[in-house]
Ligand binder design. Sequence first.
Ligand SMILES: [Zn+2]
Length: 109
Amino acid sequence: MLAGIVFVGLGLIFGVTRAVRWARSLRGRRFVARTRPSAGKSAMSPLLVHDRAAALAAVRMLRCACGGRLGGEPESTEAMRYGGGEVMVSVPACPACATRRGLYWVAPR
Ligand SMILES: [Zn+2]
């Protein structure tokens, strides 16, 4: 009887710790996915394109957080120095909410 209670208790503790560990690993994985910068969002991970036209095409595909399209010509396209190289940044604006977002890209010369 006592042995049975201890056994069930241990099983319960084991099950709970496993569930907690599983939930933690799930949260950790989701956190990594959220923080991993996708190509083009930062100078650290620029989008690799063939040429300027391809970069501007990619800019037209961008969507704003409000759901609007960032399409159209970017307000500015500038070169910036990053890590010993040059990264271009095009900044389109959302026509709906006027949010600006930079698309970082690199094209071979
Ligand atoms: Zn917007």
